[in-house]
Design a protein around this ligand. Structure first.
Ligand code: CA
Length: 524
């Protein structure tokens, strides 16, 4: 009886989860989605007979090639009757080469994980199936997700108007914040810097007044592990890389706007005065370990979760260290804003044209957007990786008690992979320190964070203009920037010539290609 009722309800086409709650009828415990009972087992089956699909997942964005025995996917297979079999050797370390090899062979796996640009490029050749009709017919949860997130829908829509993949989506925007040695500010009797002049004065004091107290001017006032000056340019009103000009609505590029002159002129001055790490372009990924570890680094702009971890890590070797978040200093125009945003990566999975089970596969994809699928994706298997406390998933203490990074423990269980999935920030919060949460909330609650640059649906021609032109312009820009920062060339007397050279190298064509893709994006 129960079964019959259930099927009738399903036929009505309501969203699965709300349907289960609404159709519980005579059941007292209608919160079925939170229970691993038989109804749930039936709810997500996409086929009576087991289906096996080959799966290309080469380990994008720091994850590793798919392993068939990931607990998360074993559980998904139990619920849906669909098993994915990875085809990329787990020893593979070059995801792009693996992808190119598969595409060149012409023999595609049933389900393929790739970047948006890869889907765009190969969909034009018929390699992947357009998903809109399958979604409309068989995937109510994906449809609801896309209806609720029109920007995501725009972002995954290809230049031909079709959708070829479903993305890994993150429901939080926060990425980086400004960090400063607050114990040094205190030692020198300084306030948290709130303007560009105050940043300059604080960095100057860090340089000259020996806040680490060892009698030497060994402090490195500002540093950045990514080897970029873009944080400093932010203070002069410039967003990094490509962005939308808020006045003209056109695409612009950070190192090809008139304001860049003032920004790079000041950055060069700060560098010459020793306020910026003299090795900023080369010090590399371990800059925080190095410069916080030896008690010389004063200020940076970096990811919240990891940067907030140093106070605890270094509490014995650098007594009293308080490397903590401040609000973004106002830029020279008086605006307070944060440039970085956890942009949607637009990596995800699609169906190859040779997949014999498109209907079942889209239903399987849909499972990952149900409440149960989302929970499995973010928290793993109930009773193994998490428990429900007051109805909310909380990782077990065993799961959180790890020396490995959050991303590493997710990866080894098959959580939060770069498939079509909904990544809930609440899962990450459980790994974060109180300090990191406070810092992040400061940025979120004050709306400092600017919109990310959208993922654009380039046509083949636009892609060609960009790939033929942009690398050479960018390398010229980087070379010239280093000359200016290092002081081997003067900004004021060479800037006009620089802009002219960028133009001659084709930068206006690149921006035109971006603009036409942006107009297409807006109309999607
Ligand atoms: Ca010192």
């Amino acid at each position: 009886m129960k079964m019959k009722k259930f099927m009738a309800c399903a036929a009505a086409g309501a969203l699965l989860v709300s349907m289960l709650a609404g159709c519980g009828g005579d059941n007292a415990d209608t919160n079925t989605a939170t229970q691993a009972g038989s109804e749930e087992d039936l709810a997500y089956k996409v086929s009576d007979d087991p289906i096996e699909l080959t799966f290309f997942y080469a380990g994008l964005n720091g994850t590793t090639p798919f392993e068939d025995d990931y607990p998360v996917f074993t559980e998904a297979a139990r619920l849906t009757n669909v098993t994915l079999t990875g085809t990329v050797p787990t020893t593979n370390t070059d995801p792009y080469q693996a992808f190119n090899t598969m595409m060149a062979s012409g023999e595609l796996d049933d389900v393929v994980t790739a970047n948006k640009s890869d889907f765009d490029q190969y969909a034009g050749q018929g390699a992947f199936i357009p998903l809109e009709e399958l979604i409309e017919e068989y995937a109510p949860n994906i449809k609801a997700f896309l209806d609720e997130n029109p920007d995501v829908k725009k972002g995954i829509t290809s230049f031909d108007g079709h959708i070829y993949f479903l993305p890994r989506y993150e429901n939080s925007g926060t990425a980086k914040g400004w960090y400063i040695r607050k114990d040094w500010l205190e030692a020198l009797n300084l306030e948290e810097p709130q303007t560009v002049d105050e940043v300059y004065n604080v960095l100057k004091a860090f340089k000259e007044q020996d806040p680490n107290g060892n009698g030497q001017q060994d402090e490195v006032p500002f540093f950045n592990r990514e080897g970029t000056m873009s944080d400093i340019y932010n203070l002069f009103g410039i967003r990094q890389n490509f962005s939308i000009n808020e006045e003209t609505g056109k695409v612009q590029y950070s190192k090809y706007v008139p304001e860049y002159k003032t920004a790079v002129e000041n950055a060069a001055k700060w560098y010459a005065e020793g306020l910026i790490d003299q090795e900023i372009f080369t010090r590399g990924a371990n800059s925080r370990e190095e410069l916080l570890g030896n008690n010389t680094g004063g200020m940076t702009h970096d990811w919240f979760t990891s940067t907030s971890s140093y106070n605890e890590k270094l509490q014995e070797s650098v007594p009293g260290i308080n490397f903590d978040v401040i609000a973004p200093p106002a830029d020279i125009n008086g605006d307070v804003w944060e440039d970085t945003n956890r942009t949607q990566e637009y990596v995800g999975w699609g169906l190859s044209a040779t997949n014999e089970y498109p209907e079942e596969t889209i239903k399987y994809f849909d499972f990952w957007y149900t409440e149960s699928g989302k929970r499995l994706y973010n928290y793993g298997v109930e009773g193994v990786h998490y428990n429900l406390i007051d109805g909310q998933p909380e990782y077990t203490s065993d799961f959180l008690a790890t020396d490995k990074s959050m991303t590493a423990v997710w990866n080894e269980n098959g959580m939060a992979l770069f498939i079509g999935g909904y990544k809930e920030f609440n899962a990450e919060r459980q790994f974060m320190s109180e300090e990191a949460l406070v810092g992040m909330d400061l940025y979120t609650n004050n709306n400092y964070i600017k919109d990310a640059f959208p993922s654009l649906p380039f046509s083949e021609e636009e892609r060609k203009v960009i790939s033929d032109t942009l690398p050479a312009v960018q390398s010229y820009m980087d070379e010239q920037e280093q000359k200016w920062i290092m002081g081997t060339e003067d900004v004021n007397s060479t800037f006009d010539q620089y802009m002219e050279t960028c133009k001659n190298l084709g930068m206006d064509d690149v921006l035109a290609a971006y603009d036409s893709a942006y107009q297409r994006y807006l109309s999607n």
